[in-house]
Design a protein around this ligand. Sequence first.
Ligand code: MSP
Length: 637
Amino acid sequence: MSSERFYITTPIYYPSNKLHIGHTYTTVAADALARYHRLRGHDTWFLTGTDEHGQKIERAARAAGKEPLEFIDEIVAWIKELWQVLHITYDDFIRTTEPRHERRVQAMFQQLYDQGDIYKAEYEGLYCTQCEAFYTETQLKDGNRCPDHDVPVEKLREESYFFRLSRYADRLLKHIEATPDFIQPASRRNEVISFIQQGLEDLCVSRTSFRWGIPVPFDPKHVIYVWIDALANYATAVGYPDGELYRRFWPADVHLIGKDILRFHAIIWPIILMALGQPLPRQVYGHGWVLLEGGKMSKAKGNVIDPFTLIDKYGVDAVRYFLLREVPFGADGVYSEHALINRTNVDLANDLGNLLSRTTAMIERFAAGRVPERSPEADDAELAGLAGEVVHEVEDHLSRSELSSALTSIWKLVGRANKYIDETAPWNLARSQADRDRLAAVLYNLAETLRLVAVLLTPFMVLAPEKIYAQLGLAAEDPRAGWAVGARWGVLRSGVRVDRGEPLFPRIEDEAGDAAVAPGTGTPVAQPQPELLSIEEFKRLDLRVAEITSAERIAGADKLLTLSLRVGDESRQIVSGIAKHYSPEELVGKRIILVANLKPARIRGVDSAGMLLAASDGDQLALVIPEREIRSGARVK
Ligand code: MSP
């Protein structure tokens, strides 16, 4: 990725329906990355838009008794309002019905035809109008239903134009193999490689069965296949092939998409660009799905979550934070209102909000309301060191689009600062004159941590960082709120007045039964009425006997060990927080119980695929181990 400029795109949305919270996920994620690059001072361009042609839209308009454009205009206005409410900072919004797009798509099509990459032939196939794609019989559900939409496919027989995908398959495969970052995350890359290895067929790229599309320039009874039209937007919007923006921003740095449209972006689009002699995008990132507890969100199921309602109820920052934190970026995640409330109460109201209100309250009480002087010799090396570490982690994660991991890193610092209050107990220091300098240093360090956290949160949240600055007496335009100056320790100005404001995130009462939270810890404590699990829910846990084959300390993390495990025939690595209770030597050879289907995580830069079970009581901790000899891999139930 270029260090000076950054061009990011979202998919362009179908304006056939209103969007749900799952759709907003891609755009909120892209917005966070665009904001981050702007904050770093990179020349940034963020494109989104709408995909307005095709039979699906034509039919939706007809069903609503409207002309296509009349129908689309209303939804586009609604979508733009949604992006405004979510504070999406796109630089351009392309509509594929705009002349600037249509004429460039026609020019692309013409060039591909002139050079023999597009040819005419007869085609018969099974077509899903929702996907706008053909399927083979074996790909269908029950022989005739679309595997994605579960609707019957239609038999379509047409004279069509075809694009010679097959001609470029080897070149694309070589590019993917030579460029590991091109398709991310790695699982998607593997999926694409194996798909191409099965052989690519030429693609049908025109339709005569409906009119709502861009006409083929040399044969206007055909319209251009909507996916060719749509994919081209990433280039046409910046003035392909020779506009000023195109020269400045092409190739795009990231096409951020959902995993369902990976093949279009990782196979068809790069091949079009190869055929046109244009550079390929640097990365196609296919993120996972936001699911509901019962599965997919869909209008047909009537279970879609309306983003406006949610933002209205919980606020834009809580919704943005939830989406980006809850779903490990790249993997699927489950949305529930209860989980959103819990995240808001625990991470935002409790961890972050309380840190701010405790800090400003103590500065008011013990330092006459002004940020104390910084005394570098009284800096707490651990807190300042962790702050520096977290900045690097965030930069590292965001360079790989790992949004949820970046937030997890930031919360490490928030958590440490809360603990620092408990350890240093400023209210005790305030009692003795001899501790005055120490007290000043502690309060400065807390305020400085909060300022730094606000800088780090700027890509993710749109209102909270400014509120934090305001309470710390810092203007949002101050360079200390920027990355270049602000993403390091020790720059907060002393002597300025703090301004204790409203709670940053008021706690939300969860009608569905809120988790009680211990102040300052961010961990739910015992609830008065614990939620009961059904046996089916319990069975979702894959618990296995595993043998520890090696154990090692992690440098700089005194609680953590990296453990290698054998689970039946499989090898695994996990990171476990038991270093204070067990030495690596005594662990090797032990059989433990592993939660084998936990989502993988990266802890202090080490991959962890699972978690072991241990009982803890106060300072004591004991591993759970099988009571008699049993083979590793055996299931625990
Ligand atoms: N118009 C095409 C994209 C063309 S891009 C050249 C399209 N549009 S869409 O409106 O159906 O979807 C837009 C994006 O929303 C896709 O990235 C899709 O993966 C994403 N999502 C739709 N539902 C989603 C979830 N439930 N969760 C996460 N992303 C979801 O496809």
